[in-house]
Design a protein around this ligand. Sequence first.
Ligand SMILES: [Zn+2]
Length: 579
Amino acid sequence: MKISLLFILSTIFYFSVYSQKPALLNLKYEQNYTPTYYEVIEMFKVLDANYENATLLENGLTDSGKPLHTFVINNKNEFDPVKIKQQGKSVLLINNGIHAGEPCGIDASLKFADNILRNKDGLSEILDNTVIVIIPVYSIGGVLNRSAYHRSGQTTPYETGFRGNAGNYDLNRDFVKCDSENAKNFNRIFAQWDPDVFLDTHTTNGSQHQYSVTLIAPQPDMFPPTQEKFLRNKMLPSLFGNMKKGEYELIPYVSWMYPDPKRGIKMTQESARYSSGYASLFNSYGMMTENHVYKDYPDRVKSAYQFIEVLARFTSENSNEIIDSRKKGNEETIATKTHSIKFELDTTQYQEIEFRGYEVDAKQISPVSGLERFGYDLNKPYTARIKYFDVYKPTDKIKKPKYYILPQAWKGVVNRLEWNGIEFSRLAKDTIIEVEIDYIVDYSSPEKPYNGHFFHQEVSTRSEVQKIRYYAGDLVIPTRQKKVKYLIEMLEPKGRDSFFKWNFFDNILDSREYFSSYGFEENAIKYLEEHPDFKEKFEEKQKTDPEFSKNHRAQLAYIYNNTEWAEKSFKRYPVGRVF
Ligand SMILES: [Zn+2]
């Protein structure tokens, strides 16, 4: 027995060493060079041509007119997501170059693809349980717009792309509104692959500390209980712990609570306009690496690479548990009667983490202006235990209806539901349905556009039950489906990144019909005669409200708004709820 086991082990060792092939790609990040768009695609083509178990696919266009690629790595010549899922494999999706000036992930993913395919250090065993899908470059227009003068605080790589894509969109605000072709096709890719784990790679200049890579983790409180526990107890501790075993340690993204991180930092909770928040709508474990801009580019690439490897290994080693936790999570999401739509940080709960920072010098003298500025003393590194606030509590809940009814007239919304694979049926014939419907009472909007929109905030509503006529072809959307979080967050006007807030329903916010102070008078008289109680109220107001008594139009409006002539659909949010 002992001999045969030894024989098997030595054979495995022999083959794993033997099967390690030479690298095919020549990356130059050590020389502070990141490849151009064309070089990136050419390198993935080389890998595609050399390995049967990997393929470069086109997934529709981007705003630049060039295709959005995915590079799929399996352990055999099978790239159909449905078949792969049927085989019980997990899917890790990695998105790069969303902000084209932050290219570490582009280099790191190229290196990772090359290494896993040539089985460097036995990496290819990851593929036994997990399929890796890489978006080589997401903001293609941004990467094509290459210059030494983007990102003024970043010295390397010497040339990078630009933050806006070809349509000047910040793609990390576009995941649900989908103004860009990039986001539209990303939604489709996400629906097609339904990734269990998702990573979006970035670079940050938001703080100064001793780490090359930081993590915006999936915020556990946005997940159903099984997944919340899995994240807090297993996934996040493992990712941080496994990074610690390598050259580069990982810390949570430094999200400010105080002017000095030494006093504590908080976990961020991203809404759906951001990639990780979008992923959480589908109970997918979505996260962002934020590499640290003040570290050398080679370190940034190598630390991003290390994280990709750690994440891929974790995903593969825990593949069944990840898949099961999402399956349970989806069941829990479907079963709940309410959905938490608003959260706030719980400042009473925190854990302590080790943090290696630099002492804050809030009164540093600027060499340029000679004036005081906020800065850090790089000669004073420290290691400290700091508070990390990572719990959010719900502050507002939505009662989940059985169905939403969406008139087909709102095409932009219908399209987005389709891109995301939302299940719905259509009314076979014109039908009057009793629904709960909202009126928009108030909202605020900025004076200047934000990412191409006048994003509404502070939305307040009131509800009414009405019988509304819907037409053949209007959408009946059941909430008994696993993508119900997307539905609620997008269709409820108070959702953090709802379609209402992103201006998809602005057409209800001004009235279409009016009354003429002259033309309506006859009907006003008739109405008063037929409604003596109202007439009494009206005359009382004439007597007691001096402003009102002197304003002809206000008096007519008072009557008009009480009648059947008043425009019912003005400010009426058109998505009905059926309970
Ligand atoms: Zn970024």
